[in-house]
Design a binder for this molecule. Structure first.
Ligand SMILES: Nc1nc2c(c(=O)[nH]1)N[C@H]1C(S)=C(S)[C@@H](COP(=O)(O)OP(=O)(O)OC[C@H]3O[C@@H](n4cnc5c(=O)[nH]c(N)nc54)[C@H](O)[C@@H]3O)O[C@H]1N2
Ligand SMILES: Nc1nc2c(c(=O)[nH]1)N[C@H]1C(S)=C(S)[C@@H](COP(=O)(O)OP(=O)(O)OC[C@H]3O[C@@H](n4cnc5c(=O)[nH]c(N)nc54)[C@H](O)[C@@H]3O)O[C@H]1N2
Ligand code: SF4
Ligand SMILES: [Mo]
Length: 706
């Protein structure tokens, strides 16, 4: 590589723009580039991203398990083994005995190919992806309300002009640091309202006149949102003309909140009624109907990863619709998508119920369209499968083999110890990865694939903008392109259908398959994105769509739907006198399961391991001390982690990040939202106590033995 290469960060959905420069002796170095989402900013993960390319334990040849141990193998040996095991398992148990778990970090080209490959080469219904744990609640609510699911239906830069921003369960200061600059306008206006049981780095931005921090009991956001809507209705601040001309279903929703006055809800949510009143009026004052400069309602995983997450998002959307926000200047509802290609990853067919273009796999017209693009009979396309939690629950029983592309479930899924046991009981686990992730280490076959700077492709950022990822250097020898691996396996499995391996051609096929669907990429191509690096879908005649909903919503009648919700309960007992609540989330330095960032020395040093945050009052009551180990136990398992005493958490709540094996997901529950399959990753009931001397001794002995 002689010229610098313009690309984007491999991690989160903000997709900060970067330039890669060659460094003497090989490899590349990252520098930030000006772009509307990051404006020249990068977080420490982005700055250090190139170090993962040369991780000392980078996978550079396939591995296969022999006599219990992973040993190096040739590609021919590894793929031959995979194909023959799949054939014999499918002959014995039927085609659906093979499952696929995809990822929202895969490029659009890979996500599309993986969905096609599962349906045609494996002929299985059993494919889903890690976005189920991430985007599914907001996606379900967005589709229901607006008829379309583009996380942000407006550019990130529109947020700058909003006078009030309601940030629900999102900690952007740690999860998308350069995003914080887009909140400056709202903070100046005193209009940043953060809802989080913790005083997160983002909630801290509300101090000193920046706005309000509402600190609810975990899992009670829906009640809180209904209370906010109650205040708007009761005080006559609803945008009646917008509601009348652009929406349906308001009356039932208004009736349903009539008796939910904030004083009554305060005992449930723990948020004092005057704060709720104040927050509601702050938002209303900023709404265009009341002459304000614009108001935004944005949701993150804190309110979405619950058994009623899709309804909580519906309650947030109801609030936005009542104020007449969606489609108005510097206003609207949006979900802050998480993974690098969290948006594209949910559009091209790796979801169990979906075909490319966000089409339903159960819709005969959609099936016929996609089957024609693929060159098969419609009957050759299998029907809907099951969401990820259920797919993993079936592993070792009806699912006998699993392919994993772009996920590390051993660390990141709820009730991870149980899932790990199930993965161990599979007849065949095949993991494609860059590094020996915890899941790869369990596999029967490990396939080394390239990563971001080593391949061409596109991703779709949180604002619906399709971006080019560019190849800056060759992968290490021995690594094989993931699209080629899938095409090779398809051929070995005797699949007669053609699998393109050239990313630009895969994109063209994806564009044809998506044409006319809800997420329509038909106006786009790599060449077009080369000219003008990025475009918002849908694109017609070379012109993208930065903003949706100005005149109509995507439902046939053009109207948005209010969706009535009544608060349910979290999966576990979270009454004030119940066991302590554990909430989970992220720290700045690590990305997801940590498979990549734990391999970057500076990041590993700045956040070396899991911990649990405990309020001083709770710590005193339970005899817990800062820096000392505690046992945290749920109905699923127990972990031992150091205590951090801090007033940032509620006295009834603990916080633990999930980036390490043996952390939050040993404890979390796999209860799911029946509408969308989202698991309740954010909250579970736990007990916490100082590490008992006997266990401490056992742990020490274990250490000596290791
Ligand atoms: N550093 C870093 N950045 C990332 C990622 C990463 O792993 N690390 N991952 C990316 C991805 S895939 C995603 S999805 C995003 C996620 O981005 P965020 O949604 O911002 O991240 P989280 O930390 O999971 O959760 C946000 C907040 O929810 C709060 N919370 C927990 N329970 C509740 C509750 O019941 N109610 C409310 N209101 N809040 C609650 C937590 O205290 C936390 O501060 O980040 C992206 N960016
Ligand atoms: N308790 C709790 N658990 C959570 C969450 C939470 O807030 N709390 N958040 C959830 C959320 S929002 C998410 S998104 C999930 C994410 O959790 P995971 O699905 O585990 O995501 P990653 O850690 O990003 O895993 C990606 C893996 O794929 C590899 N990889 C990267 N790029 C590629 C590629 O192009 N091809 C292939 N084949 N492999 C690649 C990486 O090395 C890594 O091993 O975690 C969920 N788990
Ligand atoms: S905020 Fe997200 S996209 Fe930007 S540098 Fe950090 S991880 Fe990368
Ligand atoms: Mo995510």
């Amino acid at each position: 590589m002689s010229e610098p290469v313009r690309t984007h960060c491999p991690y989160c959905a903000l997709q900060c723009a970067t330039t890669l420069h060659a460094v003497p002796g090989g490899g590349v170095e990252v520098s930030p580039r000006d772009f509307p989402t990051n404006r020249g900013g990068l977080c420490q993960k982005g700055w250090t991203a190139a170090e993962v390319l040369r991780a000392p334990d980078r996978l550079t040849h396939p591995w296969v398990r022999r006599d219990g141990a992973l040993v190096p193998a040739s590609w021919d040996e590894a793929l031959g083994l995979v194909a023959s095991r799949v054939r014999s398992l499918q002959a014995e148990h039927g085609r659906d005995c093979v499952g696929v778990l995809g990822g929202g970090g895969l490029t659009n080209e890979k996500a599309y190919t993986l969905g096609k490959w599962a349906r045609l080469a494996l002929g299985t219904r059993m494919i889903d992806y890690n976005g189920r744990f991430c985007m599914s609640a907001a996606a379900a609510a967005g589709n229901r309300a607006f008829g379309i699911d583009r996380g942000l239906p407006f550019p990130v830069a529109d947020i700058d002009r909003a006078q009030a921003v309601l940030l629900l369960g999102s900690n952007v200061a740690d999860t998308m640091p350069p995003f914080v600059q887009h909140l400056a306008g709202a903070r100046r206006a005193g209009g940043l309202v953060v809802v989080d049981p913790r005083r997160s780095a983002t909630a801290a931005l509300c101090a000193d006149g920046g706005g309000l921090h509402l600190q609810p009991v975990p899992g009670t956001d829906q009640v809180l949102l209904l209370g906010l809507l109650h205040v708007l209705v009761r005080s006559g601040r609803v945008d009646a003309s917008y509601v009348g001309s652009r929406t349906t279903g308001f009356d039932a929703v208004a009736r349903s909140v009539a008796d939910l006055w904030p004083e009554r809800l305060a005992s449930l949510t723990g948020v004092p009624a005057p704060l709720v009143e104040q927050a509601a009026h702050l938002l209303a004052d900023a709404a265009p109907v009341h002459g304000g400069g614009g108001a935004m309602v944005l949701s993150g995983r804190g309110v979405e990863q619950h058994v009623d997450g899709s309804d909580t998002v519906a309650a947030a959307i109801n609030l936005a619709l009542a104020l007449g926000l969606p489609g108005r200047p510097a206003s609207g509802y949006g979900c802050l998508t998480g993974q690098g290609n969290g948006q594209g990853g949910r559009e091209h067919g790796q979801k169990s119920d979906q075909l490319p273009g966000y089409r339903s796999i159960s819709d005969p017209g959609a099936r016929a369209h996609v089957a024609a693009v693929w060159g098969v009979e419609e009957s050759a396309v299998p029907g809907p499968g099951v969401p990820a939690v259920e797919l993993l629950a079936r592993c070792g029983s009806s699912v006998r083999a699993l392919f994993v592309h772009g996920s590390n479930p051993v660390v990141s899924v709820p009730d991870a110890s149980a899932v790990t046991r199930r993965l161990r009981s599979l007849d065949l686990l095949v993991v494609s990865d860059l590094v020996p992730s915890e899941t790869a280490l369990l596999a029967d076959v490990v396939l080394p694939v390239p990563q971001w700077a080593e391949e061409e492709g596109t991703v779709t950022s949180l604002e619906g903008r399709v971006l080019r990822r560019r190849r800056a250097l060759a992968p290490p020898p021995g690594v094989r392109d993931e699209l080629e691996v899938l095409a090779d396996l398809a051929a070995r499995l005797g699949c007669p259908v053609r699998f393109e391996t050239e990313p630009a051609r895969v994109f063209d096929e994806l564009a044809r398959a998506s044409a006319g669907g809800r997420a329509d990429y038909s106006g786009l191509s790599h060449a077009l994105l080369d000219d003008d690096e990025a475009r918002f879908w849908p694109v017609a005649d070379g012109v993208g769509t930065p903003r949706l909903f100005a005149d109509r919503f995507a439902h046939e009648d053009g109207l948005a739907r209010f969706h009535p919700v009544r608060p349910g309960d979290p999966a576990e007992d979270l009454r004030p006198d119940a066991p302590v609540h554990l909430v989970t989330g992220r720290v700045l330095a690590h990305y997801q399961s940590g498979a990549q960032t734990r391999r970057v020395p500076a990041l590993a040093e700045s956040a070396p391991g899991p911990f649990v945050e405990v309020h001083p009052r709770l710590a005193e009551r339970l005899g817990l001390h800062d820096g000392e180990p505690a046992e945290v136990e749920s109905a699923r398992g127990v972990v031992v982690v150091p205590v951090r005493v801090t007033t940032a958490v509620r006295p009834d709540t603990l916080f633990m990040p999930f980036h390490w094996p043996g952390s939050a997901n040993v404890l979390t529950t796999d209860a799911t939202d029946p509408v969308c399959g989202m698991p309740e990753l954010k909250v579970c009931a736990v007990q916490v106590r100082p590490l008992s001397p006997s266990r401490e001794a056992a742990a020490e002995i274990e250490e000596v033995l290791v």
